[in-house]
Design a protein around this ligand. Structure first.
Ligand code: IPD
Ligand code: CA
Ligand code: CA
Length: 270
């Protein structure tokens, strides 16, 4: 992959995210068709149309690339390029007219994350990352925070949609971190949580049962901003692993130790 095409991929991912973001803003707080994918898991017509717009844009520029996206099944060929797309991350927020959502687009080349775009259209904040090229917010270079130890840290997290029925629900970890960190935010869009770790606005983030489209762009962003991403036990993370810890690196060991303590406690691996 030459650097020229590398730039083209980022450029077209940015254009696709902006097209989707403009559409999402135009429909925000309007009457929406909403379906249930599970007890708590919504999908709106805006999720589907945003995805259609993004996929249409990317395939018009890069026909033959593989696509993995939350709301659709796309033919998986043998392309070394795979786009991983969450058209609206924060759908519950969006459906409730709570203005906290984004589009997340990641690109893998031969299985490695090379490009990530996360766009918050409400704030017009465009987070971008390229492998080896750093992470940026509206063109300005990002770096993770220098905050430590854990009791000075602001953390992000979320809860799986099946938290009412499956005891593997993050509740015990939430209580443990709420006691040991300065604070926790549960804002409702995991991709933005990761972008915020990259930007130094959060010092750490953990969650379980996330999907590849929630994290693909954000994982590259945190790494390119100098942060650390692992599984709960501190081992190497890939985007199909369903347990993620991302941090500024300085509080990472403390976060992993806390998750291990919770896992070995009375509530087990929650
Ligand atoms: C959800 C959000 C949320 C996280 C959920 C995700 P969606 O994605 O990222 O913050 O806690 O686990 O599924 O459904 O809004 O795309
Ligand atoms: Ca999502
Ligand atoms: Ca989504």
């Amino acid at each position: 992959m030459c650097s020229n095409s590398f730039h083209t991929y980022l450029q077209e991912a940015v254009t696709a995210a902006r097209i989707a973001g403009q559409y999402q803003k135009s429909r925000f707080a309007s009457s929406l068709d909403i379906e249930m994918k599970g007890d708590k898991n919504l999908v709106t017509e805006v999720d589907k149309e945003s995805e259609r717009l993004i996929v249409e844009h990317l395939l018009s520029h890069f026909p033959g690339h593989d696509i993995v996206a939350e709301e659709g099944d796309y033919l998986q060929g043998n392309s070394p390029y795979r786009w991983i797309i969450d058209p609206v991350d924060g759908t519950t927020n969006y459906a409730h007219c709570y203005p906290w959502f984004c589009t997340s687009i990641g690109l893998e080349f031969e299985g490695n994350l090379v490009t990530g775009v996360i766009y918050n259209p409400v704030y017009d904040e465009l987070f971008t990352a390229t492998k080896g090229g750093g992470a940026h917010l509206n063109g300005n270079r990002l770096a993770v925070s220098a905050r430590k130890p854990l009791n000075c840290a602001l953390l992000g997290t979320g809860f799986p949609y099946d938290c009412a029925t499956d005891p593997v629900n993050n509740f015990a970890s939430f209580i443990a971190f709420q006691k040991s960190a300065r604070g926790i935010r549960r804002a409702g869009a995991a991709a933005l949580d990761l972008a915020y770790v990259a930007a130094g606005r959060l010092d750490g983030f953990w969650e379980l049962k996330l999907k590849a489209w929630d994290v693909a762009a954000g994982v590259l962003m945190v790494r390119e901003a100098g942060g650390t991403v692992t599984t709960f036990d501190g081992s190497a993370y890939d985007i199909f692993n369903d347990r993620i810890v991302a941090s500024n690196g300085l509080i990472h060991d403390e976060m992993v130790a806390m998750l291990a303590a919770v896992a070995s406690g009375p509530d087990g691996e929650l």
